[in-house]
Design a protein around this ligand. Structure first.
Ligand code: DP6
Length: 399
């Protein structure tokens, strides 16, 4: 936290995560308590991250919020829930009394938040966004405790973005949600060969948001109830073992099955919800043909509440599979920016692989591929030149 003349400021970054055992459904919509535990992989912030600056000053006359440079509604109930919880914890830490040396909790705050990836690409931004908001506020108020419970109040999946590597959000039992927390299962260094390819297929906004969609599923889908009560508890234990053993075959198979079951619960919702598109289904079929050709699980897909595919693979498979995707979905333009993120080597495809796997190419269906890997949790940004707010507490003009 940097403080000068009554202005205090803190900047943090936070990651996106992708669930391999999905969260879908709340038992308490206000506290954001899930009907089942879930498990995710935190993605590296070099490729996907949110940066948030939080500032407090006695000169600010109202709380304000800017998202990607545009002023947004700071009164949003979920933003307010996070703010309230962080301030409550800060007050508790100070033992109720107002410590004159510490930042006054009565000061209004300004918050600016930006993503290093296009929000319109349909990549889960609320998880990184709320994890980052809570991390920056915690730094501002000097909180050091574990705050996944607070991030959960912004967006369920956000609690998992409070840690790096492999993260479980345990459902918890208590009605007040104090045991509905994220826990790190293994750090990002645990499985060095694991890679992630995000296949961005659409810039369109999803038809039904996850918050509304999952509530309809809770109310109408008997499959979701069975999934939460019977399937997920077993799968969670299995997935933890596959991660512990770095068993890609088991990990990949289960990730695909769990994604498919989540989308089956969407179809079982009434009226049904469709997040997968024809292009998503093409990618699913491609992954299965590719694995069948090799005789084992080399790539595994998972899809959240949208059509983009997230593919897991080991490092030695990436170049070949990227080439398969390029041949299956030939880029619309000259293909310059088709592969982004971590470098991808070149691979020559055998004629046997091409004829078995690359059937009926669909030009332009995949916009681009982002190559990334598991990464760490939220980070503090020390360099004051990186603050998104200037000394006047307003967003710095962006280059
Ligand atoms: C399909 O966390 O976005 O991505 O808690 O209502 O904010 P709210 O929902 P959100 O739902 C994420 C659903 C999912 C699966 C997952 O990330 O586990």
């Amino acid at each position: 936290m940097a403080a000068e003349r009554g202005l205090a400021m803190a900047t943090c970054t936070a990651p996106v995560n992708i669930a391999v055992i999905k969260y879908w459904g709340k038992r308490d919509t206000d506290l954001i308590l899930p009907i089942n535990s879930s498990l995710s992989v935190t993605l590296h912030q070099d490729q996907l991250k949110t940066t948030t600056t939080a500032a407090a000053s006695r000169d600010f006359t109202e709380d304000r919020l800017w998202l990607n440079g545009k002023e947004a509604d700071v009164g949003h109930p979920r933003v307010q829930a996070c703010l309230r919880e962080v301030r409550r914890l800060a007050r508790k830490r100070r033992g109720g009394g107002e410590d004159t040396a510490a930042l006054s909790l009565s000061y209004k705050i300004h918050i600016a938040s930006e993503n290093n990836f296009p929000t319109a690409a349909g990549l889960a931004s609320s998880a990184a966004g709320y994890a980052c908001l809570v991390s920056a506020l915690a730094r501002l108020y000097g909180l050091e405790e574990e705050l996944s419970e607070v991030a959960r109040r912004g967006s369920g999946s956000a609690c998992r973005s409070m840690f790096g590597g492999f993260v479980q959000w345990q459902r918890g039992e208590r009605p007040d949600g104090t045991d509905s927390l994220a826990l790190q299962v293994a750090p990002e260094t645990h499985w060095p060969e694991l890679r992630v390819l995000v296949l961005v297929v659409s810039g369109e906004k999803k038809p039904v948001g996850s918050t509304a969609g999952m509530q309809t599923s809770v109310e109408t889908s008997p499959l979701l109830k069975h999934r939460a009560e019977v399937v997920v508890p077993e799968r969670l234990a299995q997935m933890m073992r596959h991660i512990r053993d770095r068993d890609f075959e088991g990990f990949g198979q289960l990730a695909m099955r769990d994604s498919n079951q989540f989308h089956a619960t969407c179809l079982d919702t009434f009226p049904p919800i469709f997040y997968l598109t024809d292009v998503s289904r093409h990618i699913i079929a491609l992954a299965h043909r590719y694995n069948a050709h090799h005789g084992h699980t080399k790539v595994a897909y998972t899809f959240d509440a949208g059509p983009n595919a997230v593919i897991f693979a080991l490092a030695d498979t990436v170049a070949e599979f990227v080439e398969v995707v390029r041949r299956s979905f030939p880029p619309a333009t000259n293909g310059d920016q088709f592969v982004r993120g971590l470098p991808v080597g070149s691979a020559a495809l055998s004629p046997g692989l091409v004829s078995a796997v690359v059937t009926e190419p669909v030009p332009g269906a995949v916009q681009y591929i982002l190559h990334t890997k598991p990464g760490p949790g939220p980070q503090l940004v020390d360099d004051p030149s990186q603050h998104l707010l200037g000394a006047d507490g307003l967003p710095r003009s962006r280059a």
